[in-house]
Design a protein around this ligand. Structure first.
Ligand code: FAD
Ligand code: NAP
Length: 315
């Protein structure tokens, strides 16, 4: 049997939301404990340049996350390299079981487990991730000024990404596996009107083609779903926009979720459907999915958790 430990504030997740919550929680003298999970530093550790974190014209994603970890630790957060395997939110204190066998109990809980982009699952996609293959146009679009790019997907994300990319790219080809988009009509209208956009209906992606030295994308091979005809579309950037999966497995039967698993929070708040449980970052955010917005929500969660803990002490 592992040990059981108690903390006033437990934070699950070590992305921008988790570390920011930790900084605020520690500075409020809550002595928070943060459990990092299997991806210490979160999604930004799998990217290179980050050019939209205020105060840094350019910083490598992994370096930014190391600095956030150092900051959280320096102000008094206990950072634990472990993964939460289950949560019990049915009674207070809340209970978290971890892979190492330690059981954590806490008075307030901040969930910051993030989300993961869905990928096509092609070996060539894996090979060129970070070298032309991306799942974030807001992050990487800037690198494709004056070049041709391809976006795959047919939802709001794909259409928004395609439209955003027209700000930089010379041409954006949207490839979709059906003959109609599922995105909002207003976005579709905007897309259809944009002279830089070409749409390839009824095509699936077979392979991303590129060079090894230096590594980089040169084209994608797409197959027509009915005729089987194969077309090579030249591009320097290939953006996968087929949806995101919020990491809400731990709480999906305990908290209210929507839109494919995003944790519901009250408007202008990080409060979830259970008092004392707060959610921040991509776990709750189907819309913005940015480091800075995640950090902002982490701050809000810590301030709300602090207030919650203080109110419980008075009762
Ligand atoms: P994440 O960063 O997703 O972190 C989630 C954390 O939760 C991880 O540490 C994980 O280990 C932990 N976790 C999950 N499950 C458990 C569990 N069961 N137990 C314990 N821990 C758990 N945004 C920008 O603003 N600018 C950019 O340039 C940019 N570039 C990007 C490039 C790429 C390739 C990707 C994928 C995303 C990029 N983003 C960028 C988006 C940005 O990374 C996310 O919006 C942000 O990281 C979300 O932060 P978060 O704290 O909510 O969660
Ligand atoms: P989504 O709505 O689930 O759409 C995913 C798209 O990718 C679909 O068109 C789907 O095709 C396609 N797709 C899925 N798997 C695929 C695969 N393996 N190969 C090829 N194509 C594949 O996801 P999303 O666009 O990320 O949106 C998620 C949620 O966030 C939605 O509720 C959306 O409304 C919301 N959102 C809102 C906004 C906004 O309000 N501005 C912006 C972004 C997202 P099919 O159509 O054939 O299924």
């Amino acid at each position: 049997m592992g040990e059981t430990r108690h903390t006033k504030l437990l934070i699950i997740g070590s992305g921008p939301a988790g570390y920011t919550a930790a900084v605020y929680g520690a500075r409020a003298m809550l002595e928070p404990v943060l459990i990092q999970g299997i991806q210490p530093g979160g999604q930004l550790t799998i990217t290179t340049e980050v050019e939209n974190w205020p105060g840094e014209i350019e910083i490598q994603g992994p370096d930014l996350m190391i600095r956030m970890e150092e900051h959280a630790r320096a102000v008094g957060t206990e950072i634990i390299a472990d993964h939460v395997s289950s949560l019990d939110l049915s009674a207070r204190p809340f209970t978290a079981e971890t892979d190492s066998g330690t059981t954590w109990t806490c008075d307030a809980l901040i969930l910051a487990t993030g989300a993961q982009a869905k990928w096509l699952g092609l070996p060539s996609e894996e090979k060129f991730k970070g070298f032309g293959v991306s799942a974030c146009a807001t992050c990487d679009g800037f690198f494709y000024r004056g070049q041709e790019v391809v976006v795959v997907g047919g939802g709001n994300t794909a259409v928004e990404e395609a439209l955003f990319l027209t700000n930089f790219a010379s041409k954006v080809t949207l490839i979709h596996r059906r003959d109609s988009l599922r995105s909002e009509k207003i976005l579709q209208d905007r897309l259809f009107r944009n002279p830089k956009v070409e749409i390839m209906w009824d095509h699936t992606i077979e392979e991303i083609i590129g060079s090894d030295t230096p590594p980089g994308v040169e084209a994608v091979r797409a197959r027509h779903v009915h005729s089987g005809e194969v077309t090579e579309v030249p591009c320097k950037g290939f953006f996968v926009a087929i949806g995101h999966a919020p990491a809400s497995e731990l709480v999906k039967d305990q908290l209210e979720t929507h839109m494919g698993g995003y944790v519901v929070t009250r408007p202008d708040s990080t409060e979830t459907s259970i008092p004392g449980v707060f959610a921040a970052g991509d776990l709750t955010d189907h819309k913005y999915r940015q480091a800075v917005t995640s950090a902002g929500m982490g701050c809000m969660a810590a301030l709300e958790a602090e207030r919650f803990i203080a109110e419980q002490a008075v009762e």
